[in-house]
Design a protein around this ligand. Structure first.
Ligand code: PXG
Length: 439
């Protein structure tokens, strides 16, 4: 069934898109089910990106559709400022039960970017609330991605996401990234070398003094920059240093949360408990925008002082804890639990890893990285034309029935957690054909 292409493509300014290229040959999706999209001209595409790292349970899940339909018909919107609705509290309790203590409180947002801003603001306000208001500096990491709002691009470390917007927030430092192609190329899972990169944090703390530093924010595994898997011992070291210097550690789990690594969260996978966890994406299987920041009781309790009629934290969004988003999330979590999707990684991760690394030796491949159900194939850039080779691979894969993500000259793979071995084989065979034919 062909769906008509809109005649006005100009009005929509597309995000993170080569608008002119797209509008000359639009790639329009008409429907989705399970592992597949269907384009407006009826072509099936294997979704190798889980949409944008968010459709972890696969597309068109009836249970979520019904939960959303029922909810919107019953309570379409409810304010969460000074008012509430039961699902917000039920969902918050459910989420905190999925993470270890002391992560016992949830602040709801509408996206990963809003969750990052929320976490950074809570970190600053927390330090002030406990009488350590000099602790205002925020520390991110090179090649970190923390969304696109001012806080997120300030602590983020991807130059193209920053350079267009001028000076950004002051009072921000960055650790070096953990990528080490010399020592760790073609590593399967966590690299052996690089734990010592965490000692950069000690250097930054020495320079500014801990009395001026509020928090460190990192992606446990950096996704958007092209899948940088933390070296063995690196995250443990960060946790140690933050604890030693009384600095909050924030894990941005917008990508790693909800099963992506083969465990419910990176917190579980690496066995490290930060002071806050930032989430979004998989929280509603991508169906309804939602984010959530899980905070320790220590943080929450620091605000719960002063007159009881007073608002403790002057922050929040019109759609925080939106009833329909809550319903979508509850239904999503039910699917994850019923189908064991949050712990499916180990069953498939080895197969996925072997399939990915079978691409070693193909034209232009300079590195392959993987962890859980995330993979990356790094390509040698074309001299003077960075990103072009990967973009050509993206276009070629699209023609061959695969939708995948690229970032820089890296192919990033993050299929829905329902992916089968046969679909992994198909995906890898298409990528192999694409790479062999690339100029
Ligand atoms: C770690 C992290 N933090 C925050 C955000 C921002 O979330 P929102 O987009 O919902 O505001 C993200 C989002 N990550 C993201 C979003 C879209 C595309 C890609 C890609 O790598 O292709 C990655 C993310 O990966």
């Amino acid at each position: 069934m062909n769906v008509p292409v809109p005649n006005n493509l100009e009005a929509f300014w597309m995000p993170f898109t080569a608008n002119r290229q797209f509008k000359k040959a639009p790639r329009l999706l008409a429907s989705a089910s399970g592992m597949y999209y269907t384009t407006v001209d009826g072509r099936k595409l294997l979704d190798a990106a889980a949409g944008l790292w968010c459709v972890n349970a696969g597309h068109g899940r009836r249970e979520i559709v019904e939960a959303v339909a029922n909810q919107v018909g019953e309570l379409d919107y409810a304010p969460a400022f000074q008012m509430g609705h039961p699902k917000a509290f039920e969902l918050a309790a459910r989420l905190t039960s999925m993470l270890p203590k002391p992560l016992d409180h949830v602040f709801f947002t509408n996206s990963g970017s809003e969750s990052v801003e929320t976490a950074l603001k809570i970190a600053l306000a927390y330090q002030r609330a406990r009488g350590k208001g000099t602790k205002t500096r925020l520390i991110g990491r090179e090649r970190g991605y923390h969304g696109v709002n001012f806080g997120g691009i300030s602590v983020g470390g991807i130059p193209t996401n920053r350079k267009f917007f001028g000076s950004l927030l002051t009072g921000v430092d960055h650790m070096r990234h953990t990528h080490d192609l010399e020592r760790n190329a073609f590593t399967r899972g966590q690299p052996e070398y690089g734990a010592e990169f965490a000692d950069e944090l000690e250097r930054i703390i020495y320079l500014h003094d801990a009395s001026n530093i509020a928090a460190v924010i990192v992606e446990p595994m950096s996704g958007s920059t092209g899948v940088l898997v933390p070296p063995k011992g690196y995250l443990e070291r960060l946790r140690e240093i933050c604890t030693k210097h009384d600095i909050l550690l924030i894990f941005d789990e917008v990508i790693t949360g909800f099963g992506r690594l083969g465990a419910p969260f990176a917190v579980d996978y690496f066995g490290i408990v930060p002071d806050m966890v930032v989430t979004a994406k998989g929280i509603t299987n991508g169906v309804i925008p939602m984010g959530a920041v899980l905070c320790s009781s220590e943080i929450y309790d620091a605000f719960m002082t002063g007159p009881e009629h007073a608002i403790e934290l002057f922050h929040g969004y019109t759609y925080s804890a939106h009833p329909v988003a809550c319903a979508a999330s509850m239904a999503t979590l039910d699917i994850y639990a019923k189908e064991g999707l949050l712990t499916r990684g180990p069953e498939l991760a080895q197969y996925f890893e072997d399939a990915l690394h079978s691409l070693k030796g193909l034209p232009h491949v300079i590195d392959i990285r993987n962890i859980g159900l995330v993979g990356a194939i790094e390509l040698r850039p074309i001299d003077g034309e960075p990103t072009k080779r990967a973009f050509s691979a993206f276009l070629s894969a699209y023609e061959k029935g695969v939708m995948m993500r690229t970032t820089g000259d890296i192919i990033a793979l993050s299929p829905p957690l329902i992916v089968t071995k046969e679909q992994i084989d198909f995906l890898v065979s298409v990528i192999a054909d694409v790479l062999k034919a690339l100029p």
